[in-house]
Structures are given as structure tokens and as C-alpha cells.
Ligand binder design. Sequence first.
Ligand code: AMP
Ligand code: TRP
Length: 338
Amino acid sequence: MSEAAFTPRIFSGIQPSGGLTLGNYLGAIKRFVAEQGKMETIYCIVDQHAITATLPEPGTLRRNTRELAAGYIASGIDPEQSILFNQSQVAEHAQLGWIFNCVARMGWMQRMTQWKDKAGKNSQNASLGLFAYPALMAADILLYHATHVPVGEDQKQHVELTRDIAAKFNHDYGVAFFPLAEPVIEGVATRVMSLRDGSKKMSKSDPSDMSRINMTDDADAIATKIRKAKTDPDALPSEAAGLEGRSEARNLVNIYAALSDRDVDSVLRDVGGKAFSEFKPMLSDLAVEKLAPISSEMARLMQQPDEIDAILSRGADRARAIAAPILARTYEIVGMVR
Ligand code: AMP
Ligand code: TRP
């Protein structure tokens, strides 16, 4: 199947599960912003994914959805240039998701590491939605014939599954209808680690708030968390090879590089030889400089929920205009009488 037939288009999504972290910002949103203008960009608040692990309080889900919208906009997603919307407003996601539930195989889903991690030992008690989650994610992407999916490292397997679903659909129906979307995992911050443990991902679900920087943290909180971040006793090396086996040191340097739009070697040329007691204040100043305007803009937008809702509703209309014909054609291919 020739992918050249598909217009380049970016799709990505984030769950409104509350509390954006620096990992979400550097691993996802900042990169989404950078893609604007290069090709068509569609960014989604995947509220249907956000009810798979547990059913949140309705008010909490509403608040988190608006907060994520505010986070996207405050970080530089322009709702004119990009399509910004929440998943449940475009019914076609659930509709195509059902078809893909019937394309994906149980065995494929069982191999997903996120399923294994999230369902844990008690998988019999996990929701059917959590198990089917990657088929809905495939629908999110393929409903727009998206060709590129910028994500963090942890989502690579789901995008590969999306390719498997597209390939099986195309093969079974003898069509070249869905593109094989590519995961785009680039830059130094595709896996931002916990500030307390360099072997764990920075995550909003970590029980320790000291492990992460939240997009809404104030300057004092950011400085304290960086000051207390785990490191080793050695000075910083002058080149990247010297970070080998020093996961906490590597993480702080990666964060510095990502926040300043530089590569690791160029950062180390400046800070090589410095002790962490000197580097950490530099890092917290930089983090505050970059994050403070975003968090204050988020706070301002959160005072205007009607404005946010209007943006999402307009985004959903634009999303539907692309999605509806693709779903209609899918139904036709499958043989559903319309
Ligand atoms: P989630 O909050 O799990 O919906 O993730 C939203 C996006 O942020 C996905 O593209 C993730 O891969 C990315 N992401 C989440 N945590 C991190 C992290 N610690 N480092 C890099 N990217 C991350
Ligand atoms: N599963 C993704 C995450 O947890 C969120 C997501 C849902 C997504 N649908 C998507 C990401 C489509 C990219 C494209 O981070």
C-alpha cells in the first residue's frame, strides 16, 4: 500500500486525567506546538480514554477536560491553526472504535504493556474499556487518516498496534483505505523520569508529588523539587557519554536541554565540571522562566470556562467534518447499509 497517497496529517491526544506534568509538556505538548504550521495538526482531549481505568467524578472529569484544554492553549496550541477538541463530542470515535474492536485480536491486546501495568494482578476486575483502549486509540488516529503521531516513548506500542489494525482492515477488505501511521518519538524528552527515581517515568499517578513538576506548580514548588531531586555525588560530565549509568543526572540534563531547545552535548559543553549544587539553581530558574507564563495563562483561561467550551465545540465541528466521510466510507467498505 502506498502511503504517499495520504496527505501528511498529525494527530495526537492526551487524557484529561488531571494534573499535567513536565513530562506531558516536554514529551508531548511542546512537541505538538512545534509541529503547527508544518502540516495539518489535530489535537484531542481523549475523555473517553480517561474513564477506562476508573470512573472519575463527573465534576472532576469536566474540570480536567477544561484544564487540559487550557494547558494546550496556554502552551501555544492555536485553536485556529490546529483542530483542538474533546473526543466524546465527535461520536465517530466510538463508532469506528467498535469496528476496530472487531478487527483487533484478543492476543494483540493482551500483549500491550500498558494494559499489563494498569490492570495489574487484578485484571479480572479491570474494565472492558481498559482492555479495548488501544482499539479506540487506533480509531482516534485513523478516523482522520493521520500519518504521523507524536507521542512519548510509552505510547509507541499503541501506535504500532494502530498500524496492525490498519493493515488487517486493509488486507481483510482488500482496500488501501487506512494509512499506516508512524509514531514520531523525537527529541531528548520522550521519557522524562521521576525526580526521585531515575528508573521510573515522571507520572501524574506517582504517589509522591516531589517526584514530578506539575504545570501548575509555582516558582517555590519548582525550586524545592529540583533542589531535592535525587542526584549522584559526581560533577557533571563534559559530554553525553559521561552520563552513562547516571540516570538521575541524565534526566536533569535532558530536562535542561529540552526546556532550552538545545541538545545534550551543547548543554554539557557549558555546564560540564559543575557540581549539582550549581547546576540545580540554573535548572530551576530555567524551568520557572518557561513554565510560569504557561501556568498563569492556564489559570486565567480556567476563569473563562465558557470561552474554553466554545473553542472545544468549534474544534469538534471541524474534526467531525473530516471524520464523518471517513467513517461513512468505512461503513460502506464493511457492508453496513446506510
Ligand atoms: P498521558 O498523560 O498518559 O495521557 O500522556 C500524554 C502524553 O504525554 C503521551 O504522549 C505520553 O507519551 C506523554 N508523556 C507522559 N508522561 C511522560 C513522560 N514522563 N515523559 C515523556 N512523555 C510523557
Ligand atoms: N493513549 C494515549 C496516552 O495515554 C492517549 C491517546 C489516546 C492518544 N488516543 C490517542 C495519543 C491517539 C496519540 C494518538 O498518552
